[in-house]
Design a binder for this molecule. Structure first.
Ligand code: PYL
Length: 283
């Protein structure tokens, strides 16, 4: 998992209203709306629950330590989708105790390996990687007008790529998976085929896979793997990976059919997922 740097998210999270209007232009939904679609919950019904939720964000100093502004960014995103949120004054276990003492319903916290939301009452836990993959699959579905019955390429077969592939299969897409390590893509394809009783293809060569797919999830940290020659007027690219894999020219050519952010969609989907609700989807 790529470790974020403050500059990766500082400006984007500081302008969530601008971010929301761009996301709405591309998908028809706001950040909260896409998160609700990703979690198959009804946005109208979840709003009062979100407004009644207190999110405690706990800094973690283990390993490579805290990332400047990271916890504040999580708090900003949580507030933007309607929650009350605070960052604890203390970190690690002390921060966890502080969050509970201050009445947090959901804890958000990340070390170097995991980023988790967990609901204090239901004990429901949501992992950022899975939530992010799910959110970007739904974002591609909404942005492109629907992936049902269409070929979608997932680049990167780690936890984010897996989360995206699972949601794409649920949305009715024909999924092909690619990883620089072919045995990893083969293993994911076999797992998904078994779990969902469906056919999942593996792409051996990225160049040919990019040439014959118009719907792409880039869940890899590789840079400049998607070039202008891969972009057509019908190409839609949804990029949960950090950094994104498009060359600058490709990003400009694909700009209004390109979805990417460093934290927002994953965090909003984690919170929507951590709420134990059973309303039906309207997306
Ligand atoms: C959650 C992000 C998404 C991409 N990479 C993941 C990452 O950077 N993980 C490390 C997060 C460390 C946070 C630090 C703090 O500020 O509490 N422990």
């Amino acid at each position: 998992m790529t470790r974020l740097k403050t500059d990766d998210f500082k400006n984007s999270v500081a302008n969530l209203d601008a971010y929301d209007s761009e996301l709405t232009n591309k998908t028809g939904y706001s950040l909260r709306g896409v998160a609700c679609c990703a979690e198959d919950v009804n946005e109208v019904e979840i709003l009062p629950l979100l407004r009644n939720i207190s999110v405690g964000v706990v800094p973690v100093t283990s390993g490579k330590g805290v990332i400047g502004g990271f916890c504040e960014a999580l708090k900003t995103i949580a507030c933007h989708i309607g929650c009350r949120a605070f960052v604890t004054q203390t970190s690690d276990l002390s921060g966890l105790v502080e969050a509970f003492e201050k009445g947090a319903d959901i804890i958000l916290s990340a070390d170097d390996d995991r980023f988790i939301a967990f609901h204090a009452q239901s004990r429901r836990t949501v992992d950022n990687a899975t939530a992010t993959g799910k959110a970007y699959a739904v974002g591609l579905d909404l942005m492109s007008g629907g992936v049902k019955g269409l070929d979608v390429l997932v680049i990167g077969c780690g936890p984010v790529g897996r989360g995206a592939a699972e949601k794409l299969i649920a949305l009715g897409a024909q999924v092909s998976v690619y990883d620089i390590e072919n045995d990893i893509s083969n293993r994911l394809a076999d797992d998904l085929a078994d779990s969902f009783d469906t056919k999942v293809l593996t792409a051996i060569k990225l160049e040919s896979a990019l040439t014959c797919h118009k719907l792409i999830i880039d869940a890899s940290p590789a840079q400049n793997i998607i070039q202008t020659r891969h972009i057509t007027p019908d190409t839609y690219i949804s990029v949960p990976g950090v950094p994104h894999g498009l060359s600058e020219e490709a990003r400009l050519k694909n700009s209004n059919r390109f979805l990417h952010d460093p934290l927002q969609l994953g965090v909003a989907t984690m919170l929507a997922g951590a709420l134990t609700i059973d309303t039906k989807s309207v997306c």
